[in-house]
Design a protein around this ligand. Structure first.
Ligand SMILES: *Cc1c(COP(=O)(O)O)cnc(C)c1O
Length: 388
């Protein structure tokens, strides 16, 4: 769907430059030392970032790789997933959660979401388990963890591996335990829009098990050990040293970024309620068990007004986005999996109603006020039209 370009963007959906510019000197110094060293792969920057990430995730191991998508692929490869195996995933997520499954010839089994958290509905998982089910990939969507106590319980009782897609949830917790530490493996992304965003692609896998950790490392480096002896069919997936150096600088601010996102979310909740706007839409639900890190802030607009509100905000120069407009079970590339429209009703409704607002850490209070004002004006004119 194309939209009229705004004359001027008053509030960007995301401005990565604000965070990065504040650290410009530190980042340039880190990059320069990599350039000077001439070591562009591995090296202390990668190792130390892995240690720090393992610390945040409270796992024994962290293994860098080229992207969050590769982290998911490698996690599945480490389980020796075979063609025809099934992996349970939500449909309301970014494409990579399911493409990793299909890449290996396995079958993504899409499960509907809890309409409040937008995460996989744990009560629907057991009904989708078959003798071919090898893994469950809960996604911690928008920065809020799925119901990991229940999901890991199901995994244990059926002997099925749980891989957390924590791409949007570094630093999040569930019942005070960090995202990535619940399942057998956790997958992180450093794509620039994520809470810890690099200057390009990057990813990491975290786990507790020594065996899994060495398997993941082996698979990420061509299955090669020692050099030029290939034990298993691996891929080339490394975290570049320059990325690791940048991420090490930014890592020191991760808690501050999460705090700022939480502050922004609380302020939206407050302002949108105070202006009486919550009679028109739902604020994002925050589960009491979840330490939410707010990668995204999505309101839920009923009565078919979502797209009209989008257009209105865009015309006012207020950044907004829909994550995600087409659920995976309705994507063209997954058509042969045979999911009919209506097969995952909560997922389909959420995709039609959700609307995301700017939430990044450096968003100012006056910008937030403009976003709220934009929404207020939309309902004022919608109410007027209805009265006329
Ligand atoms: C971003 C993202 C990924 C993929 O990460 P990349 O680093 O972009 O490959 C996977 N899953 C989810 C839920 C994501 O948001």
């Amino acid at each position: 769907m194309s939209q009229a370009a705004p004359k001027q963007t008053h509030v960007p959906l995301l401005d990565v430059n604000r965070g990065n510019q504040a650290l410009h000197a530190e980042i340039m110094e880190a990059i320069e030392s990599v350039v000077t060293s001439g070591r562009f792969l591995h090296g202390p920057d990668v190792g130390e970032l892995e240690c720090k990430i393992a610390g945040v995730c409270e796992t024994k191991h962290a293994i860098g790789c080229a992207s969050g998508s590769d982290a998911l692929l490698l996690a599945l490869m480490s389980l020796d997933i075979q063609p025809g195996d099934e992996v349970i995933v939500p449909s309301f997520t970014f494409f990579a959660t399911a493409s990793a499954v299909s890449r290996l010839g396995a079958i993504p089994v899409f499960v509907d979401i809890d309409p409040h958290t937008y995460n996989i509905d744990a009560s629907l998982i057991e009904g989708n388990i078959s003798s071919r089910t090898r893994a469950i990939i809960p996604v911690h969507l928008f920065g809020q963890c799925a119901a990991m106590d229940r999901i890991c319980g199901i995994g244990q009782s059926h002997n099925i591996t749980v891989i957390e897609d924590a791409a949007q949830a570094i630093g999040a917790t569930y019942l005070d335990r960090p995202a990535g530490s619940w399942g057998e493996m956790g997958c992180l992304s450093f794509y620039p829009t994520k809470n810890l965003g690099g200057m390009g692609d990057g990813g990491m896998m975290v786990c507790h098990s020594d065996t899994l950790a060495s398997k993941l490392r082996l698979l990420a480096s061509h299955g090669m050990s020692p050099r030029y002896y290939h034990k298993v069919l691996g891929i080339n997936s490394r975290l570049d040293t320059i990325q690791a150096a940048v991420l090490r600088v930014k890592m020191a601010y991760l808690q501050a970024y999460s705090d700022a996102r939480q502050r922004n979310a609380a302020r939206y909740d407050d302002l949108l309620s105070k202006h009486g706007l919550t009679q028109w839409f739902e604020l994002p639900y925050h589960a009491p068990e979840a330490g939410h890190v707010w990668n995204q802030y999505g309101i839920r607009v009923h009565s078919g007004l979502r797209d009209a509100m989008r257009r209105h905000l865009t015309e006012m120069g207020i950044g907004n986005e829909v994550y995600y407009p087409v659920p995976l079970h309705q994507q063209e590339c997954f058509r042969e999996l045979g999911y009919a429209t209506g097969s995952l009703p909560e997922t389909e409704t959420a995709a039609a109603e959700i609307l995301h607002l700017p939430i990044y850490p450096e968003l100012t209070e006056s910008e937030q006020d403009m976003v709220v004002e934009g929404i207020k004006r939309f309902y004022a004119s919608a109410t007027l039209r209805r009265a006329a």
